[in-house]
Design a protein around this ligand. Structure first.
Ligand SMILES: Nc1ncnc2c1ncn2[C@@H]1O[C@H](COP(=O)(O)OP(=O)(O)O)[C@@H](O)[C@H]1O
Ligand SMILES: [Mg+2]
Length: 378
């Protein structure tokens, strides 16, 4: 079930601006109705023409690329504004947008994502990196239709997530674990919290029970000891496991994790990463947002680097981390061992241009040293 991002752009609506527009629209509508009533009572049929000339004010904030006119949002009220006037307004807004810094939520910037285009393949371990605010969390929320692209499409197994029926059918198959998921625990017991999703799928009680047991087991929590406890009595690390189990209980084929080890102590971090690696080894496709270049280098098949809502780099860890300078320019590092290897190579050590972690670097340095010793004894 590959997930295709087809030229996805996304803009958050500015709620204040949207509210003002809505009020303006209402006032216009009321004025038009008053005018129409007045005209009717006076028997002047032609006065009921309505507010069509002002209707372009209802255009959405931001527009789509002209090459993609199919995804211009529909007018909110077809009786008030015509499709073509909305599309025209959207395109003229696009021209405005193109001239401005086109990203983020600053007053004169609009886009949170721009032209994202890649395919997540089955069974991949896919990493997403980028500075704070670069669009990582926004991007992953597109993967199960939680938010919809302003422009472009997200296809899951060939189905467009904009299609409500298709999105509904995929429910649970793509599981998202949000950042600090323990903040979303709510039920009175661990059992009820983990059972919430499976129950919502309409599964019968024995199946819900099986799912809850298995999910708690796979996050290494003791079912019998914990199931009747309040999640709020548990430690932070355990709470995160419970929240994680809630997503696993849906049996997802794709597991999307937003900074899953943020805020954990070093031991819990290592355990959690091991858990994720095991789930991946069992066949689950994993998408992981992370600030840790070491974790990404160690675990990922491919890494997508975002910069201000756009794709900055996409490739294997070796490909991406070969661009240490460019990454540094956008505030990202390379894994510590890789940096040391790069520096040693620049200083004249005959290290191959491979992707290094601490172990492989230690091995290659030991081999170099041994060859050097043997050379000097010969
Ligand atoms: N709910 C929201 N409303 C408006 N703007 C938002 C919202 N969430 C995020 N943004 C903005 O969208 C951009 C991308 O944010 P986000 O996806 O959270 O980035 P990241 O996860 O990489 O830190 C940022 O400019 C951020 O301020
Ligand atoms: Mg985020």
């Amino acid at each position: 079930m590959p997930i295709v991002f087809d030229q996805v752009s996304f803009t958050y609506e500015d709620p204040d601006r949207a509210e003002k527009q809505r009020r303006r629209e209402k006032r216009r509508l009321r004025a038009a109705q008053r005018a129409a009533r007045k005209a009717a009572t006076q028997g002047q049929a032609e006065a009921g023409a309505g507010p069509a000339s002002d209707a372009t004010a209802a255009a959405p904030i931001g527009g789509c690329a002209p090459s993609n006119p199919g995804s211009v949002p529909a007018p909110s009220d077809p009786g008030v504004s015509s499709a073509s006037s909305t599309a025209d307004a959207a395109f003229s807004l696009l021209e405005d947008v193109e001239e401005k810094p086109a990203w983020g939520t600053a007053p004169d910037a609009v886009w949170a994502l721009r032209g994202i285009d890649f395919t997540l393949e089955d069974g991949e371990f896919f990493g997403i990196a980028g500075h704070t605010g670069s669009g990582k969390s926004t991007l992953i929320q597109h993967m199960n239709g939680l938010v919809h692209p302003t422009c472009g499409r997200v296809l899951v197994g060939g189905q467009d997530l904009a299609d409500k029926k298709a999105a509904q059918a995929l429910r649970g198959r793509i599981g998202i674990v949000f950042q600090y998921p323990e903040y979303q625990l709510f039920a009175a017991t661990v059992y009820d919290d983990v059972a919430f999703g499976p129950r919502n799928l309409g599964l019968d009680a024995p199946e819900v029970d099986r799912r809850v047991r298995r999910a708690l087991e796979s996050v290494r929590l003791d079912f019998d000891a914990l199931q009747a406890k309040s999640p709020f009595e548990l430690s932070g690390g355990q709470q995160r496991r419970v929240a994680f189990a809630g997503v696993l209980a849906m049996n997802p084929e794709v597991l999307v994790l937003d900074e899953p080890v943020a805020g954990l102590d070093p031991q819990a971090r290592t355990e959690f990463l091991q858990l994720i690696a095991e789930l991946h080894a069992q066949g689950i496709t994993v998408v992981m947002v992370s600030h840790s270049m070491d974790d990404l280098a160690l675990l990922c098949d491919r890494i997508l680097v975002l910069k201000e809502g756009e794709q900055f780099a996409l490739g294997t860890p070796a490909e991406v981390f070969a661009h240490a300078e460019e990454l540094r320019a956008i505030g990202l590092g390379v894994p510590a061992a890789q940096k040391l290897a790069n520096d040693l190579r620049n200083a004249g050590f005959a290290l191959p241009a491979a992707l290094y972690d601490a172990d492989t670097l230690a091995d290659d340095l030991a081999a170099l040293y041994q060859a050097h010793q043997e050379g000097s004894h010969a």
